[in-house]
Design a protein around this ligand. Structure first.
Ligand SMILES: Cc1ncc(COP(=O)(O)O)c(C=O)c1O
Length: 377
């Protein structure tokens, strides 16, 4: 997308852009829900769930209140409970680990692979103990984790494989779309995500009828079948609501073109920055990166971030601290590998502006500023 406006601030993310473009359609969808009189678990949620399952090549999907709840419900549906161990990466968003804590299980934290920022399968293998019940693979930044190796480890040890797809809707591994390879695929529709609601939302993709029934029950008080109250399990109240589902259905139709827009912006960054002393995101052959965030690496991160900020270019850190260094999250965690890569990369990462409506002019402004930073020493 090109425009001829003068240089202005470049935001880090701009979820409002998509909603502005689709304002009429979104308003019509909202009005449709109001007129229907059906506000909870009605036709909009059912049709969005179908669309997500078909897009993700999953057996079915269940709309829930957030990405965090998607992880919690997947863990509960897998039978994970207090004292059981769940292996995941320390280099992730806090909610991945908070979800494990919320059900009283023990997070077992390991290092990542340098190229993709995904959990390191070798570290996972050595972290397995007789208490391990699940692995959460996070497709961080929008690139799939090493799903082939992780699935083999999970099968070998009889573990549940949960994919944290919060940042990766539309990403593909050579084995298939994310969310379809593990036993559960957990999605977030937080407004800045590649498919964002106008509020909170999430979904769990499941691989079969048994887990579909469990997650459906868990999201609504534990009702297992009609008539309601007949069959109670220990449930939550975590539903995607009709309004958000109707909005997501409108936006879903544009996800592929928005993903291509992100990939085009990523290609522009690559062409403009690849001769500089920075490391750029890597896309494994046979994988599709969806660039939820575009993360570069430099040992001059603080100086570069300050330089860009002075020029109106907003950047961010994903994340400033790994989980094993956050006492509020890692209080019961077992640290099960060296964290050499996690700690080194945490000091080098910088997330550049990235959103589906970013213009060529904005990416050029970012590229020129980074080039001038390195040119001027
Ligand atoms: C990797 C990852 N997992 C889980 C979540 C939680 O999603 P939500 O904010 O919808 O609860 C997020 C969102 O920030 C995330 O980035």
């Amino acid at each position: 997308m090109s425009d001829s406006r003068p240089s202005v601030e470049v935001p880090f993310a701009y979820p409002g852009g998509e909603n502005e473009v689709l304002a009429e359609e979104i308003s019509a969808a909202i009005n449709g829900v109001i007129a229907s009189g059906h506000y909870i678990l009605g036709p909009e949620v059912a049709s969005f769930e179908k669309a997500l399952a078909s897009y993700s090549n999953a057996y079915a999907s269940v709309g829930v209140a957030s990405g965090t709840d998607a992880l919690v419900l997947a863990l509960l549906a897998a039978g994970i409970g207090p004292g059981m161990e769940v292996i995941t990466a320390s280099f992730t968003a806090g909610p991945t680990v908070a979800a494990i804590n919320m059900i009283g299980a023990v997070p077992v934290l390991v290092d990542i692979e340098e190229a993709t920022f995904g959990i390191d399968p070798e570290a996972v293998e050595t972290a397995v103990s007789d208490k391990t019940r699940a692995i959460i693979a996070v497709h961080l930044y929008g690139h799939p984790a090493a799903l082939g190796q992780l699935r083999a480890i999970a099968h070998h040890h009889g573990l549940t494989l949960i994919e944290d797809c919060a940042q990766a809707i539309g990403a593909r591994h050579e084995l298939g779309p994310v969310g379809s390879i593990g036993d559960f695929g957990c999605f977030s529709f937080y407004p800045t995500k590649n498919l964002g609601a106008i509020g909170d939302g999430g979904a769990v993709c499941v691989a079969g009828l048994d887990t579909l029934t469990k997650v459906r029950a868990l999201r609504a008080y534990g009702w297992l079948r009609k008539p309601q109250y007949a069959d109670l399990t220990d449930g939550r109240c975590s539903r995607l609501d009709e309004l958000q589902a109707a909005i997501l259905t409108v936006k879903f139709r544009h996800l592929e073109s928005w993903t291509e827009a992100r990939r085009t912006a990523a290609a522009r960054y690559k062409a403009g920055l690849e001769d500089l002393p920075v490391l750029l995101p890597y896309e494994l052959p046979n994988c599709r990166h969806v660039y939820h965030v575009y993360v570069i690496r430099t040992d001059r991160r603080e100086a570069l971030q300050g330089y860009l900020s002075n020029r109106g270019i907003r950047t961010a850190l994903h994340y400033p601290y790994p989980v094993h260094q956050q006492p509020g999250l890692a209080y019961s965690a077992r640290i099960a590998s060296s964290m050499e890569k996690t700690e080194r990369l945490t000091g080098e990462i910088l997330s550049l502006p990235m959103f589906s409506t970013i213009s060529d002019r904005q990416t050029s402004q970012v590229i020129e500023a980074i080039r001038s930073f390195f040119k001027n020493g």
